[in-house]
Design a protein around this ligand. Structure first.
Ligand code: RP5
Length: 159
């Protein structure tokens, strides 16, 4: 099977957090492709990679970056596939990642990025959201997403 979700991050230093998106999708049985590419440091390679995604069967793109986090917006500017942005806490983050949150979420009208929470929770939720998008056309996957949600509820109720 070819990957249906592509995960891209701005630096190898983002890997620990963005790995949670990949793990979450793996637990739901969704194949992913993972790349490190930067909107600022490797803009041409980023464009070339994005140009290949739709024809290779990718349906959702997850982008994680910190600081002046333009990666998700840059990717969204190059494709009409749904883009999920994960703001990350970079070593020089302002206000715990508020810099990355605003850089990711404040897209101009017409070019959306579905922005999730900063850091680990956001990365995991990006994986779940990508699966939910795919599940609108995949009943088996929809069942696995429901089971994951029920598992969470059971844990809370078990105290
Ligand atoms: C961003 O700058 C990356 O996404 C990362 O979160 C942050 C720091 O990158 P490095 O300097 O560690 O490569 O572009």
């Amino acid at each position: 099977m070819s990957p249906r979700v592509a995960i891209v991050m701005g630096s190898a230093s983002d890997q620990a957090t963005m790995g949670l998106a990949a793990e979450t999708l793996g637990a739901l049985g969704v194949e992913v492709e993972i790349r490190v590419l930067s909107a600022h440091r490797t803009p041409e390679a980023l464009r070339e990679w994005v140009d290949t995604l739709e024809t290779r069967g990718v349906r959702v793109i997850i982008c994680g970056a910190g600081g002046a986090a333009h990666l998700a917006g840059a990717v969204a500017s190059l494709t009409t596939l749904p883009v999920i942005g994960v703001p990350l806490v970079s070593p020089n983050a302002i206000a715990g990642g508020l810099d990355a949150l605003l850089s990711t979420v404040q897209m101009p009208r017409g070019v959306p990025v579905a922005t999730v929470a900063v850091g680990d929770a956001g990365a995991a939720n990006a994986g779940i959201l990508a699966a939910e998008i795919l599940a609108t056309g995949d009943e088996l996957l929809a069942g696995r997403v429901r089971t994951m949600r029920e598992g969470m509820a059971a844990k809370v109720l078990a105290g």
